[in-house]
Design a protein around this ligand. Sequence first.
Ligand code: OXD
Ligand code: MN
Length: 586
Amino acid sequence: MTKNAELAAWVEQVAALTQPERIQWCDGSDAENASLIDLMLAQGDLLRLNPETHPNCFLHRSDPKDVARVEHLTFVCTEDAEDAGPNNNWLAPAEAHAKVDPLFEGCMRGRTMYVVPYLMGPYGSPYARAGVEVTDSPYVVANMRIMARIGTRALEHIEAGNSFVRGLHSTGDLDPERRFIMHFPDELLIMSIGSGYGGNALLGKKCHALRIASAQARREGWLAEHMLILGIESPAGETRYIAAAFPSACGKTNLAMLVPPAEFAGWKVWTVGDDIAWMHLAEDGQLWAINPEAGFFGVAPGTSLKTNPNCMNTLGRNAIYTNVAVTEDLQPWWEGIDGDKPAVLIDWQGRPHDPDNGPAAHPNARFTVAASQCPSFSPQGEAPQGVPISAIVFGGRRSSVAPLVFEALDWSHGVFAGAAMASETTAAATGKVGQVRRDPMAMKPFCGYNFGDYWAHWLGFGTRSAKLPRIFHVNWFRKDADGKFIWPGFGDNMRVMAWILARCDGKAEAIKTPIGFVPEPSDLKLDGLDLDRKAIQDLLSIDPQVWQQEVDQIEEYFASFGSRLPQGLRDQVARIKAALEAQLAA
Ligand code: OXD
Ligand code: MN
């Protein structure tokens, strides 16, 4: 229960609508968690994994039709369709309520309704924001407990008079026909029904910390972004921070936990966050970032001691796995994990694994685990003021076109580079995998308002401070003529990050091209890397003709934002076109 009248009234109203058998206010305690786990074990919602190898770890197998975010069923509900923009599915709030409210009628009959107060951001941070998720899923409560700061202290924050986002969630009957994820930015309300999957159901994450928060951030002058935050400590002991946006399942968790290669002796990477950054311009003119989350909800397939040792060393205890396969002795298993594939496996749907049924683990199988367990978790990971950002990095998954790295010429050009991002789709959302689509700032699925206004908001920072981070664009995913990735990625991405930081210090060379500053092979520290000169030249090459086509496509995409497209981006298109023409004429 609560002293906050607004919250008490809302919970009462929701209970009248959904008619749960009982209401449980969650305090976030260990005892409460233990009883939820016991309940889910008894109900078969969780399976205890091998306690010797994976203490306090559990497997959840979701409904097979509920395994990813559902972008086509996700709506931003503003009075004016233009405010949601062509980047969102839109419904007028009244229409959205008419569609979704009846689905909640009596949906919790016979179930417990959990009331979960939560805080996004470290306790005591001036940038932290509260929410309350009401859900009928104990799996959601157990995951929220890892991903956010839930319970008594969050409730106290609300009772101290701070505003909160209301999130109503029910798994409903899991029928994809009756599944909706609705956002009402003006009401600070989220309504999600018919899915138990992370991004659809853990409402603090994408729904609150990105869609609702991005709209608040615009109004209030800050940024809520789909970005990891990492710190890089030099051998001299100085740590600089980078925020980097990549679309879902494109390696944010791996980059956030990077282990530098042997050639970078004495360097260390610190993880602040792997998915979301809230960034504020502070009085010192710098952009400071907090990670609003407290845990990682990462993609398991492809994670191994080779690709991400820090992650593997985070995952072995106190973790919830979703839709991974298991070995005979109940250890979690997925494609790309270390070791040989065991002869006997139970697949993600609980069947004996048969390769004819597809991979043993779902390609979007996930782990949920506390950030504080990560060996590289930054000592500043809970700092109330966050960390100062020296560089912002945008990156897509492009098998061609985009070079390994370039630096934007200035802030406005950097905003263009982010806005022009494109990436091949992944299994993190339902729909076709591998299709190139525009994914500006990796926010296509997450920006809670019109991208035209969002880019104007970003451009506006250019006049607010002279100490903004430099902006870069990377592409780890370029392929050769045989379709193989050219760049080794993972730990070797440190070579690119080191160039980025050296550029920030004015200590690294680059050549100026129409699309930005690009290093020459000799500007990157490549010793110890098994990559021939031709490959590295290919990686850094910019084909002006290919880029002319790219800029035409970007221009066409921008045009879909009509009068909301800021002039600053039109100017960038014109400048790059002219520069490419001049280069081709030379
Ligand atoms: C995520 C996503 O879960 O981006 O972080 O899909
Ligand atoms: Mn994400």
